[in-house]
Write a new protein. Structure first.
Length: 139
């Protein structure tokens, strides 16, 4: 859950706060859980929590975040990957992280995104292609 939220917001501290908010929301919504994959259900709540926070922050803040360059190649590579992921549309980014980074099944990803299975497979395919193109441009 934490890794997924870090990949969405690209901020380790914010990801911790969002993870806590996610579990609070999940606890409150537990009575309304209608079955299915609990992982997909939790990731859907995490995605909604991130989107709510993002919308709230973009309304309040107009300042740009100044990023400092890193000299460590591993850290620079991670920053490049996060930047490329951040350039993808939110649905593609979520689908790619859930499937390829966290290893969720296509069915669980579809449940988390509230999409059909065929639509999810198309989103993931397009996300992988877009990621490759963007990553090659960064190199």
């Amino acid at each position: 859950m934490y890794g997924y939220l870090v990949s969405l917001c690209r901020d380790f501290v914010l990801a911790e706060d969002l993870m806590q908010d996610t579990f609070v929301r999940a606890t409150r919504a537990l009575a309304g859980y209608q079955g299915g994959s609990p992982r997909a259900w939790l990731f859907a709540i995490a995605r909604t929590t991130f989107l709510d926070d993002y919308r709230r922050r973009t309304r309040r803040s107009t300042e740009e975040i100044v990023e400092t360059p890193f000299s460590d190649p591993d850290v620079a590579e991670q920053q490049t990957i996060l930047a490329v992921l951040g350039s993808l549309p939110e649905t593609q980014r979520s689908a790619l992280v859930l499937r390829d980074q966290l290893g969720l099944s296509y069915e669980d990803v579809a449940g988390a995104l509230n999409k059909s299975l065929p639509a999810t497979k198309v989103i993931i395919h397009r996300a992988r292609a877009a990621f490759r193109r963007a990553y090659e441009q960064e190199q």
